[in-house]
Design a protein around this ligand. Sequence first.
Ligand code: UD1
Ligand code: UDP
Length: 384
Amino acid sequence: MKKIKVASIFGTRPEAVKMCPLILELQKHEQIISKVCLTGQHREMLNQVMELFGIQADCNLDIMEKNQNLTQITVNILEGLGRFLDAEKPELLLVHGDTSTSFAAALAGFYRKIPVGHVEAGLRTYNLHSPYPEEFNRQAVDLVSDLYFAPTELARKRLLEEKKNPGQIFVTGNTVIDALKNTVTEIYSNEHLDWAEGSRLILFTSHRRENIGEPMRHIFRAARRIVQDFPDVKLLYPLHKNPKVREIAYGILGNEERIRLIEPLDIYDFHNFMARSFLVMTDSGGIQEEAPALGKPVLVMRDTTERPEGVEAGTLKLVGTQEDVVYKETEKLLKDEKSYQAMCNAVNPYGDGHASERIAEAIVQWFLGDKIVSGGNGNVLSEP
Ligand code: UD1
Ligand code: UDP
């Protein structure tokens, strides 16, 4: 039986969360030989996810440096990955999303004329500075990709508007839902949740590069005022490992009794915390996909989002980074039951939790079956 060698390359926490369910599926598939190369753009936060999914990588470039910059990340990956690709000679290289790892890995594949498959293709803000540098990364990856795994119909539409070949686009759902299906449990306990018992819990995260500095100070001050003004509110912030983020967070949020700054949670804990929180405040991308599925209101502390599906559904609200606006929007949800309930509808625009199977099937179909180059609508394998 002919087998296809597929190399999956990723290196940060969110990529791992969304690639691990796919790796497990590729490993099961009898027509696929799956290889995994981690760039190690993240270290502890990546290892946490790999351990939870029980996946061993075939290689780890281990490039992370404290306070790394975009040039270092890109150059180190391009060089390191070249050696792996030359040794393994995969027939397909899979990358995910919009990180510097995704961009550098796709470029390494392109330079070697290895076809690239982009998982989570077609997300856009069309503003190269927001999110920065992710909007550039995802557009650049799509420029050199051969297979586009679009999570939603909207993502497919954007790719078609950019004149991508419809036969190369597969609407699959988002693999984050595959992950979410296996993490949230009815019976769960944790000492931080015991601490928050009887209070309204705000689950808070912030790490975006463009927010570091003044915008982050604004959103942290808004969060501190909220906790000070609402005695029944407690706030949990699993801190990103970035030292720049930590410094600002400890400076503004470090001395409040009802605020806990804790180490990054593993994905099992984080999803179960989210399922038990009152609301979520974040500038994260992935959390915007997970919270709607759990019916948790999310205040998105950014000026743009590439995930308008959740905004349209009413679960996400873009609030920017101005202290007064973030404060007022949070206050509204805490005071006004009607506004709060309006955002609590559980909607899941991201599929049925079978995205990984669809992606594996599309790869086999592409390499071993008749390549479908359809006339207009792309390859909708089945409605997610
Ligand atoms: C990266 C991605 C961003 C994604 C985010 C997810 C780029 C340019 N950015 O941003 O799109 O939203 O990951 O979290 O690709 N660090 C550790 N240990 C870790 C991880 C990070 O110590 O496990 C520290 C290091 O000092 C590192 C710094 O955090 O230099 C920043 O990491 P980096 O990957 O450059 O940027 P992120 O903000 O994490
Ligand atoms: N997450 C986690 N532990 C945490 C915070 C977040 O496992 O302490 C998960 C979260 O559920 C989501 C992913 O990490 O799946 C999002 O990663 P992040 O916010 O770092 O990156 P982004 O999605 O913004 O690129």
